[in-house]
Design a protein around this ligand. Structure first.
Ligand SMILES: Cc1cc2nc3c(=O)[nH]c(=O)nc-3n(C[C@H](O)[C@H](O)[C@H](O)COP(=O)(O)OP(=O)(O)OC[C@H]3O[C@@H](n4cnc5c(N)ncnc54)[C@H](O)[C@@H]3O)c2cc1C
Length: 433
């Protein structure tokens, strides 16, 4: 079966590439949208059915289109304030509606979109096309291919170790007399999990284990005024110089009453350009030493959730521990504490919230393309190497584009809707060019 374009992944990124293609194409197209997930186009992020799982971006910043950041808030039609952090499942409904409209428009414009509900197992390049193969060896061919495979979640749950906490049934929880529940990781997924445990009425203790024991910071209750910062003069400078410049500037802004959050947000329009101008050893250094702290400050949680977490800690419902998990078995966590000693602790239930994996080795469907040097891992890891904007295939091979978390090592700021909506439009335009 032959397609003009195949898109791997039908989460926000893949679905929005299709939406822009359908809106902007001047010629008929045949598009294959490949994704085994039942929750497309919501993705793991917006398919949660739990109301306490909130967006971590304000409603009026979550529009799916780059020229209309308020679109989602308008769609809410009075259900929330513009600045509110609303349930993620509402955003899932918004995306589903956009995708439905896209399907209707596609039919009107004679654009064929075929949904393939299987995971791509292998991809080859052959005679100017990509061959995408499912587990049974069935193939389809496409002249252009887009990788929108997003956040690679760990393999599915094993007995007593929950790896995908958003879909977990929180009704049959251990009792107070049982061993504590352990959560591995302390990022936004870990926060979702502990909040759901509390809401579900769990009476025991929760231990959160992570290397830095850093919880995400909170957004301020009201949005901070946007600060003008012009760090582009620093492009090409070493990381230490950029950090020093920003620290001095941020201190002065805070002394004049600005919030620390605003000093981080002021970097956002320049992050990609500064990142791309950094020497590779500085990018590697950043991932080694600063990434956890960057994530905790950059990807913040809603203030009401932060308040809940503080009281959970005060009531000793939640305890944070510093250490590295070594093994997660049914009923026990083996971990190394900060003194280097190995510990084994009983756990009635374990949630593995260490987050998505960005190493291409964890994506076996890319193995053939990597082996044939059609694509390369990003020089410091964390996704794929860019050959040109969004293009990951090397010269002489058919166009292969990527967007979203697969470009983390190359762009750094490429995981949230405010970036992805622009990427989706830009990739669609490259496909149509
Ligand atoms: C829990 C959570 C909460 C978040 N909250 C926010 C938020 O509030 N605001 C915000 O801006 N961002 C948020 N994000 C960031 C989020 O990454 C993006 O907003 C967005 O959902 C990413 O969409 P995506 O399409 O790139 O990836 P995904 O949604 O991960 O979709 C990728 C799709 O690719 C499919 N796929 C993977 N491999 C294959 C294969 N081999 N073959 C076929 N299909 C494949 C998967 O099944 C999946 O459906 C959150 C992320 C998470 C995980």
């Amino acid at each position: 079966v032959r397609f003009d374009i195949a898109i791997l992944g039908a989460g926000f990124s893949g679905a929005m590439v299709v939406t822009h293609l359908v809106r902007e194409t001047q010629t008929p197209l045949r598009i294959a949208l490949i994704d085994p997930a039942f929750h497309a186009p919501k993705g793991a992020a917006y398919s949660t059915m739990r109301r306490e799982h909130l967006l971590n971006v304000r409603a009026n910043q979550m529009g799916a289109f780059p020229d209309a950041p308020e679109d989602f808030w308008r769609w809410l039609n009075g259900r929330a304030e513009a600045n509110a952090f609303v349930p993620r499942m509402w955003y899932g409904d918004y995306l589903a509606e956009i995708y439905e409209k896209t399907s209707v428009l596609a039919a009107e414009r004679s654009i064929a979109i075929e949904r393939m509900a299987w995971p791509a197992q292998r991809i080859h390049a052959l005679e100017g096309e990509y061959l995408i193969e499912d587990a049974a060896g069935e193939t389809l061919c496409a002249k252009q291919l887009v990788l929108a495979t997003g956040n690679q979640l760990p393999p599915s749950d094993t007995q007593g170790v929950i790896r995908i906490p958003w879909g977990y049934d929180y009704t049959n929880l251990p009792t107070q007399k049982d061993a504590p529940i352990w959560i591995i990781g302390s990022g936004l997924t870990a926060v979702d999990t502990v909040v759901s445990l509390k809401r579900a009425g769990y009476q025991g203790n929760v231990i959160m284990l992570s290397r830095h024991a850093l919880l995400p910071q909170a957004h301020p209750a009201l949005p901070s005024p946007v600060l003008a910062y012009a760090p582009q003069v620093l492009a090409g400078q070493p990381l230490s110089r950029i950090m020093h410049h920003w620290r001095v500037w941020a201190k002065a802004q805070i002394a004049q009453g600005a919030s620390w959050q605003a000093t981080i947000d002021a970097l956002r329009p320049y992050t990609v350009a500064l990142w791309q101008s950094l020497p590779l050893e500085d990018r590697a250094r950043f991932f080694r030493h600063l990434w956890s702290r960057w994530n905790a400050h950059r990807h913040r949680m809603a203030p009401e959730i932060a308040g809940e977490l503080t009281s959970m800690q005060q009531q000793e419902f939640l305890t944070l521990r510093r250490g590295s998990a070594l093994a997660l078995d049914t009923g026990a966590v083996t971990w190394r504490d900060m003194a280097g000693a190995q510990q084994r602790s009983e756990a009635s239930l374990i949630f593995d919230c260490r987050g998505p994996r960005y190493q291409v080795e964890a994506m076996p469907w890319l193995a053939d393309l990597l082996r044939e040097s059609i694509i390369h891992a990003a020089p410091v890891g964390y996704g794929l190497r860019l050959e040109a904007p969004y293009r990951v295939s090397t010269a002489g091979h058919p166009p292969l584009y990527a967007l979203g978390p697969l470009l983390l090592g190359e762009l750094l700021e490429t995981t949230a809707v405010p970036e992805l909506r622009t990427e989706a439009r830009d990739v669609a335009r490259l496909l149509l060019a």
